[in-house]
Design a protein around this ligand. Sequence first.
Ligand SMILES: [Zn+2]
Ligand SMILES: [Zn+2]
Length: 766
Amino acid sequence: MSDRTRVTVSVTGVVQGVGFRPFVYRTATGNDLAGRVKNTGDGRVEIVLEGEARGIESFLSTLRTDPPPLARIENVTVEDGEPTALDTFEIVASTDSSGGSGTIPPDTAMCDACLADLRDSSSRFHGYWATACVDCGPRYTVIRELPYDRPTTSMAAFPMCDDCRADYGEPSDRRYHAQTIACPECGPTLSLLDGDGNARAGGDDAIAKAGDRLADGELVAIKGIGGTHLACDATDPAVVETLRERTGRPEKPFALMAPDLEAVESVAQISDTERDALEDTRRPILLLDGRRENRPDWFDTVSPGLKTVGVMLPYSGLHHRLFEHIEGPLVMTSANMPGVPMATDRASILADLDGVIDAALVHDREIVMRCDDSVARFSGGQRRFVRRSRGWVPESLPLPSPAETAEDVLALGAEFDATVALTQDGAVVPSQYVGDVDNPETVEYLRETVEHLRDLLGTDPDVVACDAHPDFLTTREAREYAEREGMAGPVQVQHHHAHAASLLAERERERAVVIAADGTGYGPDGSIWGGEVLDATLADFERVGGLSTFSLPGGTAAIEQPARLLASLLDGGDRIDELLLARGAVDSQRAAATVRQQVSQGINTPETTSAGRLLDAVSALLGVCPERSYEGEPAMKLEAAAVDGAVLDYDIPFGTRDGARVVDARQLVRDLDALADDHAISDVAATAQWALAGGLADVAVAVAEDRGVDAVGFTGGVAYNDAITRTIRDRVVAAGLDFLGHDRVPPGDGGIAYGQVAVAATRVGE
Ligand SMILES: [Zn+2]
Ligand SMILES: [Zn+2]
């Protein structure tokens, strides 16, 4: 026994609730090692190994190269010790089960092994929609608090049957210590309700009847893992139209769920990268380019006026079972009325969606925390999150060294597409998508999300951060957190600085010249910013250029009716009147004159530098989208109109503001109006995007070269525009500078909370 050695291995990261101990057990016994493994109260896994050095080496190699699928190993330490002649390997109960902090994995799609069980007629899990194992299923949305154990999850309501208890206790089983283990005998059950809430079917029959109803053109609410979808047959334009009418979404693109890759390819063209992302266990909705040829004739009812379509593959057992009864694809959109969070229990599904749904397929497991589907788009092989939510939350993101501080920070985001974010052990955990925080229901959801994250992470924030806008409900909430809980702050972070900081933090850079382009952000001068070039660090920023200032005739009316913007951007009363009338912004010559008067007298015409509004104005000018029915619609439709266009020969107009170089928005729109006289709309649209992107890139590159900064970044909601992103990236790279784009954080307002944390942590640490 003289060649025996002993080591103690400590593993940190996402290592609890992911089948780590059974993995260690199998790997250790497979290498003839004795010892033990246990979860510790602070979220680590501790392993003692005794045996031949070769076996220990092999164990450590497997640990690094082939850990359980849901594990995310951050750090492994190995300490030598004296062998004590252990002769068995044991899984030891965790010593400290008194609350504590840790890191849990996100919800993930049903794994292949569980799907095989679901389809195997000899398995006791055959047909069971809610089967799960240590490698798959819900986590974030069913856990109330740590440590992760069945009694602290919403599975506590379902005592295990004898068979499940046996599997749960068998170290060689995939369901060993799987807290969500369940079978038809003991687990959650389904019911199909009609629109009035009467139960019409249960169990397998509920799935079959729901499938039949979908195939018959009905609207069915489907309660899933972390939320509820409104579903209907995407190939049936009549029911999609009914969905639009009943939910008040005349033009909004709906996401699809396709049964398999073949079905995805019948709608969209996909690259290898996109195929991998679709099949990944995180199962996001991907925005894909629609097929150019043989596009299904129903495409435009799902994605009106757009060339892209959002598609995902089935991720829960219930989805797989439903597709046994309907061919699909299905429209699967979050089950909420505009503005408020989606319904998650039987009562609110029936109440919120009264008059909308024909039926509801529900189950009796509580959703502890909602988590909307994630949405991403690939551009030139680069991922851009539109929404980072299910499948990623609560994974942490880095907090770079300038932001290192002992203080824990809570950030509440901006107003639209909000997330919150919280620090934990020097990293940042952004929350799931919360939504538009402009109503009491969503404020309540924001509070619940903060509490859920605090419970899971064991973080007690010292500082609270928010947007600089004085009137946002998130700003008001931040003041209340500061007062009620004695947190320092609120640290108010300027909107575009938060965008820039999120990019710097994600890319672990200290400084860059950043183009921050979006719809709306409160500027320090009280005007509405949105087309900014900033020389930014985590601590501070300087506005060094951007887009010239123009006005919003009628304030928010100019956002709803982008044609109004033309009164501010164009010259010539007759031309403006003609466009306002033609684009439906006004209904008489007189009303058009009133809008022009507003502009000339400066009545209710807030000033802006918004790139989003400029794109809206061009969209209205070209008649692509004169009226907006959902956020981002005019710019998205402009992008679609420009896809097949060629950039015209054109000199980008520049001006100066406070000594800084800016793209001249008014001259640009006047030039585009002239070009539209004898060029195709698609060409003018492509030229508009190219000029905005090229102009902002030129300003940024010149500042970077002048100041010796080696990187130029691009962030903000406009960064979802593929053509604009490519133009900026190409110009930056051609100038020999590093281009910084987002990969793990949304460029839009979903990334603001992360940026706010980075700025606030840097400032309190100084
Ligand atoms: Zn599984
Ligand atoms: Zn059971």
